[in-house]
Design a protein around this ligand. Structure first.
Ligand code: SF4
Length: 287
């Protein structure tokens, strides 16, 4: 079974970032050069940037009409200087909503790790990139850090709402974004692991309950709250705050909690918000 702790050990031993360790490993496994791997990840990054830009226009509506235009509202409030939480968090919220709205309207996004959770990682990384004036190359390395954690989570647990609830989708995305954000901000691989553990612990038990079975409500807004949670976890870890429970054990717990979750709370739209009076009405109206 894969362990994030092994990646941290390797990174510490070689004095590398997790993302660099992942690139070396992938280069060997896929028999591709580092340059080729980086080029392909750069394409993903561009799709992320484009989906943020498109979503922020506020012009896209989802299939049901429940979702669309909220990213533009948050961005407009920030542009008026009315932000409550400050620019970086406000931008992360708007960006996460933007990508998720593009996904809900069948636009092009990068699944990270899934389409339903695709807003968290770009929102967090593009915001940290801006704050720290990171280079494109650094952001690409951070994406490999996130990918490395995603692979570990998929191996030890899963990244599917149908299997593990929303904790496995938005929770995994939030943990991946937290680890990547720490490294992009100059933190150590160990601090990144603590950030991911803090983030995932905070998502444990989150159910998957999409209204009308559509990846719209509550999915889109959960991306925004996931992004803010990732930033909070990264902030704590960068300050030296540690998770009492190691990341791999948190991932294992997420897997166990997912198994204990009733079927109604795992993407079947038979529980949670999906069966509220409003959720049922949306379902009836949509079908
Ligand atoms: S509620 Fe379910 S479908 Fe929506 S993002 Fe979470 S896991 Fe995905």
């Amino acid at each position: 079974m894969l362990a994030y702790e092994d990646l941290v050990h390797q990174a510490e031993k070689k004095n590398l970032k997790i993302g660099q360790v992942v690139i070396l490993d992938q280069s060997e496994q896929l028999e591709q050069t580092e340059a080729e791997l980086r080029r392909r990840m750069a394409e993903n990054l561009q799709v992320m940037r484009d989906s943020v830009k498109i979503g922020l226009t506020g012009e896209r509506k989802s299939l049901s009409g429940m979702v669309g235009g909220d990213a533009a509202k948050v961005e407009a409030r920030r542009a008026r200087g009315e932000s409550l939480v400050g620019d970086p968090v406000n931008k992360a919220i708007a960006r996460a909503l933007a990508v998720s709205e593009v996904n809900a309207s069948m636009g092009k996004i990068v699944a990270a790790p899934t389409a339903g959770s695709s807003g968290v990682l770009p929102a967090v990384l593009l915001t940290v990139e801006e704050v720290y004036q990171a280079t494109e190359d650094d952001v690409i390395t951070a994406l490999f850090t996130a990918a490395g954690l995603g692979v570990v989570i998929a191996d030890r647990a899963n990244v599917s709402g149908a299997e593990g609830g929303c904790q496995a989708e938005i929770g995994s995305a939030t943990a991946m974004a937290a680890a990547a954000a720490v490294e992009l901000a100059g933190g150590t691989p160990r601090a990144g692991a603590h950030a991911a553990a803090i983030a995932l612990k905070s998502m444990l038990g989150l159910v998957c309950d999409p209204v009308a079975g559509l990846v719209e409500v509550p999915c889109v807004k959960r991306n925004a709250t996931g992004a803010t949670l990732a930033l909070a976890a990264a902030e704590m870890a960068l300050a030296g705050v540690k998770s009492a429970i190691p990341l791999d054990e948190v991932i294992d717990t997420m897997e166990a909690v997912g198994r204990q979750m009733p079927c109604a709370l795992r993407e079947t739209a038979q529980g949670g918000l999906a069966i509220t009076p409003t959720g049922r009405k949306v379902h009836a109206d949509f079908l």
